[in-house]
Design a protein around this ligand. Structure first.
Ligand SMILES: O=C[C@H](O)[C@H](O)[C@H](O)COP(=O)(O)O
Length: 228
C-alpha cells in the first residue's frame, strides 16, 4: 500500500487518543506513522505513557521522547493502535508479518480498546491468503513443524509451511523465538484453528487476533473508512 494511505489511516487513529492516556504502540510500517504523529503531539505537550510492542517501536518512541513504561509497571492500557496484515468484517486479524505478534497480542489483550490502522487492501472476506505467522520455541523445532503441518492438513491448507528467514538465517523474534509462516489460503474457522495451534507445546503464539480489535481505520483513495 502507498505510504500516503498508511499515513492517512494513522492520522485518523489519532482521534482515539486523549492527553493523559496509557497507549500501546504497534509495530510495522503503518504503526510507525502513528508513533510519529504521537511524537509530534508529545513535543507540543500531549501527555501519555506508552508501551511499545517491539524493540524497533521502542527505539522509535525513545527517539521522539515519548514516555515509555512496561506491563510490569502498569497492568492496563486505555488503547493500542497497531497495523494488521489482514482484517475481515468481523474484525478478526492476521498479524505478525513483521514478527512482532507475541508482544502485540500481549499488549492488545492488556488494552481496553485495540484500534487497527491499514489500507483497504488488508480487508478480506476470509482470512488466510496472507501466510499465518506462528511463533515457535527454538527447542524441538522439527517436532513443532510436524505438529503444525498435521493441523494444516486437517484445516485443508492450500500451501506449505516455511521457517521465516532473514539474511540467510532463521528470523529471530524479539522474544528469541522462530517464526513459521503457514499458508492456509482460506481459514474458515479461525477460532478452531487458534485452539489447535495453541495446543501444540512448541507454539508460543500465533498471528490470529480474535475478539481483540474493536475499531479499524482503513484508508483508500476515497478517504478513511471506519469499521466497528
Ligand atoms: O509483526 C508485525 C505487525 O503485526 C504489523 O502490524 C503487521 O505486519 C502490519 O505491518 P504493516 O503496517 O507494515 O503492513
Amino acid at each position: 500500500m502507498s505510504d500516503e494511505l498508511k499515513k492517512q489511516a494513522a492520522l485518523a487513529a489519532m482521534s482515539e487518543v486523549k492527553s493523559g492516556m496509557r497507549i500501546g504502540l504497534g509495530t510495522g510500517s503503518t504503526a510507525k506513522h502513528f508513533v510519529d504523529y504521537l511524537g509530534a503531539e508529545v513535543a507540543k505537550g500531549f501527555e501519555c505513557l506508552c508501551v511499545p510492542t517491539s524493540i524497533a517501536t521502542m527505539k522509535q518512541a525513545q527517539s521522539l521522547n515519548i514516555p515509555l513504561t512496561t506491563l510490569d509497571e502498569i497492568d492496563r492500557l486505555d488503547v493500542t493502535v497497531d497495523g494488521a496484515d489482514e482484517i475481515d468484517d468481523r474484525m478478526q486479524l492476521i498479524k505478525g508479518g513483521g514478527g512482532a505478534l507475541l508482544r502485540e497480542k500481549i499488549v492488545a489483550a492488556a488494552s481496553d480498546k485495540m484500534v487497527v490502522i491499514a489500507d483497504t487492501s488488508k480487508l478480506v472476506e476470509v482470512l488466510g491468503k496472507f501466510a499465518l505467522p506462528i511463533e515457535v520455541n527454538k527447542f524441538g523445532l522439527g517436532a513443532t513443524q510436524n505438529a503444525v503441518s498435521a493441523i494444516m492438513q486437517d484445516f485443508k491448507a492450500e500451501g506449505g509451511l516455511v521457517l521465516r528467514q532473514q539474511n540467510d538465517a532463521p528470523f529471530v523474534t524479539d522474544g528469541g523465538h522462530f517464526i513459521l509462516d503457514a499458508s492456509f489460503g482460506r481459514i474458515s474457522d479461525a477460532k478452531a484453528l487458534s485452539d489447535e495451534l495453541l495446543n501444540v507445546p512448541g507454539v508460543v503464539q500465533h498471528g490470529l487476533f480474535l475478539g481483540l480489535c474493536a475499531k479499524a481505520y482503513l484508508a483508500d483513495a476515497n478517504g478513511v473508512k471506519e469499521l466497528g
